[in-house]
Write a protein that binds this ligand. Sequence first.
Ligand SMILES: Cc1ncc(COP(=O)(O)O)c(C=O)c1O
Length: 373
Amino acid sequence: MRPTYAVINLSNLKYNYLNIRRKIKDVKVMAVVKADAYGHGSVEIANALNSLKVKKPEYFAVAIPEEAIELRKHNIKQPILVFDPFNKVQAELIFKYNLIPTVCSVDHIKLLLKAKNNFASGKRIRVHVKINTGMNRLGIDSDYAFDFVRRISRDNNFIIDGIYTHFANSDERDKTFANLQLKRFNDLLNELKKEKINFGLAHTANSGAIVDMPEAYFDMVRPGILLYGYYPSTETSKSIKIKPVMSLYSVVTAVKKITSGETVSYGRKFKAFEETKIVSVPIGYADGFTRGLTNSAKAIIKGKLFQQVGTVTMDRIMFNIGNEKILPKDKVILLGKNKKLKIDAWDWADILKTIPYEIICGISKRVPRIYKD
Ligand SMILES: Cc1ncc(COP(=O)(O)O)c(C=O)c1O
């Protein structure tokens, strides 16, 4: 195995998950494991959560059917909701692998009915209806939602297993807009209840709402980033204790002495102003250590923090270690901690003007994952 690897700490995953469970009490959990569980490995994450037996998630969620197939092939039995719209081929996969599609337009209904005919399936199709309350990305607009839900509820081909919406900014301190979305959703549910239209499980809460909006829990919550040990922003409360699940390690492979005036890497973007030592580490932008981190990220080597220097290359980065006695094979902590120091995805995200989601999803397949309990 290459000496660059990510450690996925399953104890931390379970700690985060059980703390979410404690906070939401007897509300159900739909664990969001799309994008290969935000880069952690969806099968391993689902299996670890399922090892919690009676406390395991009631549902899983993915973005596309292909991600759910991976779970089904590894014997994950829970209902799996597919968030994204689907095409004809994907509609058939939804049938074949017993997945729950999200529907938010008449076209989705037509595609599902066609696939049902092709499968000669007598079974009713379980769906979750997505309501657009202000995110304006997907979902049936709340003004038309009542008629749409009523129509599906009257069609014997379908069972409405759930109804949901997605918050645009539940992770911001100011909850004015999230509360407006919540009101639109509640208004719809009240209308449906008045007409005795069954809509199954109602769910809205992503991580931001899970930490800060208990009134948005309804029947089920949908944690993503919290499971993996990060708050969705720096503005939420920390009402649930969490620990990062992924750490990233490598080793020193070469040490070079350079003199004042010499430069490092492509484009000569780092210039030494005194004699110093440069170590080279086998990770690069092809692994998710993106080029934007050039001359900015840090690593912990032998208990000290060192500055990354010179342009990040596809397979390799360099650090300026000054006069320190660091040798080939010494361990390099890129994301993780030792007794005194820590580097987490927020450190990279701040440099890159992004969020931890993108950092952990971006650690590429070339980096082996080692699962630790
Ligand atoms: C529909 C939906 N629900 C829940 C989530 C989980 O969000 P978070 O990772 O912020 O908890 C996502 C992620 O983007 C989503 O698209």
